[in-house]
Ligand binder design. Structure first.
Ligand SMILES: NC(=O)c1ccc[n+]([C@@H]2O[C@H](COP(=O)([O-])OP(=O)(O)OC[C@H]3O[C@@H](n4cnc5c(N)ncnc54)[C@H](O)[C@@H]3O)[C@@H](O)[C@H]2O)c1
Length: 372
C-alpha cells in the first residue's frame, strides 16, 4: 500500500474505572458510529441506553454485531417526539449523553432538505431540552461534522474558531446545530444558576470502518460492488479527502466526556475537532484501489467522472491541535491500518463470522496497541 505509516503517538487513556456502572444515553445507537460507540461503552462497563429510529440500512452494524444485546434499554422513536425523548431520559437517568442521531448524508439532504433540517437542528434542540428536564445529566457530547465550517476551498486546516457555514442543507443543518448548542450552553447550562451539565460539540470528518452500509459513501459502495464481483464506479476518483477509522473520533468523544465530568469540566464545554493528520489524506481512487487489493477475488475500480452531480466540497482538513494539547488525543491507526481493519471486518462478515466478537476484538486492538 502506498500510504504513510501515520501518527501512532500515544496510548489512548480511556479509563474503564470512569465508565464502569455509569448510565450513558446514546442517540443514534442503531447507526454506524452509534453502534460502534455503544459496543465500546459496554466493553468499558457502562450501562448503555439507546434512542433512535430503526437501523437506517439493511444490512446494518446494529444487526450484524448484535448491538441490541449490550443495551440496558432500546427506545425506537423519532427525535421529533419530545415527549418520548424526555421519557427515555427520565427512565435511563443518564450521567452522560452522546447525541449522534441525525440525517448524516449530504446527497440525501438535497432530496429531503426539510427532513434533514428538522432531524438535525430541531432534533438537537430536543435533546438539549430533554437534558434540561433531567437532573442526572452531567455531560452532553453533541456530534456534528467537519462540514460545519464555511468552506473556503483552501489548503489550510480549519480551527474551532473559524466561521461556520454550510453550502448544502446537511452542512447548514449541522452548523445550525452548533449554534443551537452554543445558545443552550450560554442560556441554560450555566453551572451555578442553571443546569450543571457541561455541553460540548465535536466535529469529525469522513470515517471508515466495518459495518457502514450507507449509500453514497465510498467504502460501502466498494463493498457492495466487490461482493457481487462488479467494478466499483467512482464519481470523483481524483478528489482528495482526509480519512480516519471510526474508532479515532469515538476515542476523542470518550476522552472529552471524562474531562467534562472533571472538576474543571467547564473548560472543556466548547467545540472540538477530531481529524486525522496529513498522512490520512488520500484520493478516493487510491483508497478504492487499496480496498480492492485487500479484498482480492478480482475486485476492481472504474472511473466514471461526471458533472451531473450536486455540489460537493473540495478538500477540507481539520486542525486538531486543541484536542491534541488539551485532551492528549492522538490518531492511532495509519490510513493503511484503518483500511486493513475495515476490509478485514467486511470479509469476516461476508464469511459469516461472529461480528459481535469480531467488532469487540477490533476495539480491543485499538485500545491496547502500543505506540511504535
Ligand atoms: N459517518 C461519517 O463519516 C460521519 C462524518 C461526520 C459526522 N457524522 C455524524 O455522526 C453521526 C452518526 O453518523 P452515522 O454515519 O453513524 O449515521 P447513520 O445513518 O449510520 O446513523 C444515524 C442514526 O440516527 C438515527 N436517526 C436518524 N434520524 C433520526 C430521527 N429523526 N430520530 C431518531 N433517530 C434518528 C438512525 O436511526 C441511526 O441510528 C451523525 O450525527 C453524523 O452527522 C458522521
Amino acid at each position: 500500500m502506498g500510504f504513510g505509516t501515520g501518527a501512532v503517538e500515544s496510548l489512548v487513556r480511556i479509563q474503564p474505572s470512569f465508565w464502569c456502572g455509569r448510565s450513558v444515553l446514546v442517540t443514534g445507537h442503531t447507526g454506524f458510529k452509534g453502534g460502534w460507540l455503544s459496543l465500546w461503552l459496554h466493553r468499558l462497563g457502562a450501562k448503555v441506553h439507546g434512542y433512535a429510529l430503526p437501523p437506517p440500512t439493511e444490512p446494518s452494524l446494529f444487526e450484524a454485531a448484535r448491538v441490541g444485546h449490550v443495551l440496558a434499554s432500546d427506545t425506537r422513536a423519532d427525535l421529533a417526539d419530545l415527549t418520548q425523548l424526555k421519557a427515555a431520559f427520565s427512565a435511563a437517568q443518564p450521567d452522560i449523553v452522546f447525541h449522534l442521531a441525525a440525517q448524516p448524508l449530504v446527497r440525501a439532504s438535497y432530496v429531503d432538505p426539510l427532513g434533514t433540517l428538522s432531524s438535525n437542528i430541531l432534533g438537537t434542540a430536543h435533546v438539549l431540552e430533554a437534558a434540561r428536564s433531567c437532573d442526572t445529566v452531567h455531560a452532553l457530547v453533541l456530534i456534528t461534522t467537519d462540514k460545519v465550517y464555511e468552506n473556503r476551498e483552501w489548503v489550510y486546516p480549519y480551527r474551532e474558531i473559524d466561521p461556520l457555514g454550510g453550502h448544502d442543507p446537511y452542512s447548514a443543518s449541522k452548523a445550525a446545530a452548533e449554534l443551537v448548542a452554543a445558545s443552550y450552553r450560554a442560556s441554560f447550562f450555566t453551572g451555578a444558576t442553571g443546569h450543571p451539565a457541561q455541553v460540548a460539540t465535536v466535529r469529525a470528518g469522513n470515517v471508515i470502518g466495518g459495518g457502514d452500509w450507507a449509500s453514497d459513501r465510498l467504502v460501502p459502495d466498494c463493498v457492495r460492488s466487490f461482493m457481487v464481483r462488479e467494478s466499483v464506479r467512482l464519481r470523483f476518483p481524483q478528489a482528495v479527502r482526509p480519512w480516519q477509522h471510526v474508532l479515532e473520533p469515538l476515542a476523542g468523544y470518550l476522552l472529552l466526556a471524562e474531562q467534562l465530568l472533571s472538576p474543571n469540566g467547564a473548560a472543556f464545554a466548547k467545540a472540538w475537532n477530531f481529524g486525522p493528520d496529513a498522512s490520512g489524506d488520500a484520493s478516493v481512487g487510491a483508497v478504492a484501489e487499496t480496498l480492492a487489493q485487500l479484498w482480492g477475488m478480482g475486485a476492481s475500480v472504474e472511473s466514471v467522472p461526471s458533472t451531473a452531480n450536486p455540489h460537493e466540497a473540495g478538500l477540507l482538513r481539520l486542525d486538531s491541535s486543541l484536542a491534541r494539547s488539551e485532551l492528549a488525543w492522538r490518531p492511532r491507526w495509519s490510513l493503511a491500518q484503518a483500511l486493513l481493519q475495515t476490509a478485514t471486518w467486511y470479509q469476516a462478515w461476508f464469511q459469516g463470522a461472529d461480528m459481535g466478537a469480531f467488532t469487540l476484538d477490533q476495539i480491543g486492538a485499538y485500545e491496547t496497541e502500543c505506540p511504535s
